[in-house]
Design a protein around this ligand. Structure first.
Ligand code: SAH
Length: 353
C-alpha cells in the first residue's frame, strides 16, 4: 500500500510540496483539490509531471465507494473499499439542516459486543486519519452540488465500524484535520464520537481541546448486566465511565450522551428504566435510545415499538433528557457491520490482506 496524502495537515502538505521542489502555492491547489474529494490525477491545476511524481508515492484514491444502497427515506448507505481491498461502511442521513455522515474508524472491531455485527470477525486493521477523512471527502464530493459553498456534509458521527478510541492516535489526527480551517472545516460541535467506554482514552480525549460531542454506549444499568453484552465492561466499570464523563464536561463544557440499545428481556423493563434514572439523574447528559437492529448471527431480539416508547416515557417522567432514535435506512442493510458482513458472505469476497 502506498502512503495517503489525506493523512497530512495543510502544513504537512506544504512541507511535502516544497520538499519535492514545487512552489508553495501548489500546496494550496493540491490541498484544496483533495478536500474537494478529487483524486490526485483529477486535480487540473497541477502539472502532469507533479501529479505523476505524487502518484508514485501516494494512493490516487485511498477510499472508493464500491456500492451505494438507497433507502426509501433518502438515507444512503455506502460500502467503501480501501486501497488494500478491505471494506468499511458508512451512512448518510439527510436532515433539513444538513447531512449527517456516519463513518468507520477500523476494519472490524475487537470489542466483542454481543449485539454488533462489526465485531464478528474481530479487528482486521486500523484506518489511518486520511482514510477516515476520505470517507467524508468522497461522499461530500458526490453531494457537493446540493449545498451552498460545496459542503453538503455538515455533521459527522463516528459510529460506523470500529472503536474510535481503540485507534486513538489516528482518530485524533483525523479530528484535528477535519475541523481545521482551510480544509473541509466541519465544526467540532457537529461531530460526535461514540465509544464503548475506554476510560483512559476518554480522559485523554478530554485533554485534547477538541470540543466534540462524546457519546458512550451504555446499554445496561449495572456492571454485571453490562458485562453480559459488552466484554469491555470487565475492564471499566460504569462508575469509572461516569467519572470520566464528568471530567469531559469539566474540560470541554459539553454535555455528554449515552446510547442505550433496547434489547428484549435484557435491559428495557420498568426496573431498568428506574435504575437508569437514578444512575444519570442530575448529570449534564442526554440518553439516545436505539432499537436493536437484529444481527442474524446473534440471538438477541429487538423490543417492540410500544415497549420502546414506554421505556422512553419512564425516563422522561424520571427527569432524564432522552430521545428514541428514529429508525432510518433500515430497509437497506441494518446496523454497523451488517453491510460489510453481508457483502463478504454474498460474494465470497476475500479481503486481500
Ligand atoms: N465502538 C463505538 C462506536 C460504534 S457503534 C461504540 O461502541 O460506541 C455505534 C452504536 O451502535 C453503539 O452504541 C453500538 O453499541 C450500537 N450498535 C451496534 N450494533 C447495533 C445493533 N445491531 N443494533 C443497535 N445498535 C447497535
Amino acid at each position: 500500500m502506498k502512503k495517503i496524502l489525506q493523512d497530512l495537515s495543510f502544513a504537512e502538505t506544504e512541507e511535502k510540496v516544497l520538499s519535492l521542489g514545487e512552489k508553495k502555492f501548489r500546496a494550496k491547489q493540491l490541498f484544496e483539490g483533495l478536500m474537494q474529494g478529487r483524486r490526485i490525477s483529477d486535480i487540473t491545476s497541477l502539472s502532469g509531471a507533479f501529479k505523476a511524481r505524487l502518484s508514485e508515492e501516494y494512493e490516487d484514491e485511498p477510499v472508493r465507494i464500491k456500492e451505494t444502497f438507497y433507502s426509501s427515506d433518502g438515507t444512503e448507505k455506502y460500502l467503501f473499499s480501501l486501497s488494500d481491498g478491505n471494506l468499511v461502511e458508512g451512512v448518510l442521513m439527510k436532515y433539513k439542516y444538513g447531512y449527517t455522515q456516519c463513518i468507520s474508524t477500523q476494519v472490524g472491531c475487537r470489542m466483542g459486543c454481543k449485539f454488533c455485527a462489526s465485531t464478528l470477525g474481530g479487528l482486521v486493521r486500523n484506518l489511518s486519519a486520511g482514510e477516515i477523512l476520505s470517507q467524508i471527502l468522497v461522499v461530500n464530493a458526490l453531494h457537493r452540488g446540493e449545498a451552498k459553498g460545496g459542503r453538503a456534509v455538515t455533521n459527522v458521527v463516528l459510529m460506523g465500524s470500529g472503536e474510535p478510541l481503540d485507534n486513538y492516535a489516528e482518530t485524533v489526527k483525523f479530528l484535528k484535520n477535519v475541523t481545521a480551517e482551510g480544509g473541509i472545516c466541519i465544526s467540532a460541535r457537529n461531530i460526535s464520537l461514540s465509544t464503548c467506554g475506554l476510560v483512559p482514552k476518554m480522559y485523554a480525549l478530554a485533554n485534547e481541546g477538541i470540543p466534540i460531542n462524546l457519546t458512550v454506549s451504555l446499554h445496561a444499568t449495572n456492571d454485571a448486566d453490562r458485562q453480559r453484552v459488552m466484554p469491555v465492561a470487565k475492564a471499566y466499570s460504569i462508575a469509572e465511565i461516569l467519572k470520566a464523563c464528568a471530567y469531559y464536561f469539566e474540560k470541554t463544557g459539553r454535555r455528554y450522551y449515552f446510547e442505550y440499545t433496547l434489547i428484549e428481556g435484557e435491559n428495557c423493563d420498568e426496573a431498568h428504566a428506574r435504575a437508569l434514572v437514578s444512575l444519570l439523574k442530575g448529570r449534564p447528559c442526554h440518553v439516545n435510545l436505539i432499537r436493536l437492529n437484529e444481527v442474524k448471527e446473534r440471538s438477541l431480539k429487538a423490543t417492540g415499538d410500544k415497549e420502546a416508547y414506554r421505556f422512553l416515557g419512564f425516563l422522561e417522567k424520571g427527569g432524564l433528557s432522552a430521545t428514541l432514535r428514529r429508525q432510518i435506512g433500515s430497509d437497506v442493510g441494518g446496523a454497523c457491520g451488517q453491510l460489510r458482513a453481508g457483502y463478504i458472505e454474498k460474494n465470497s469476497y476475500k479481503e486481500s490482506l
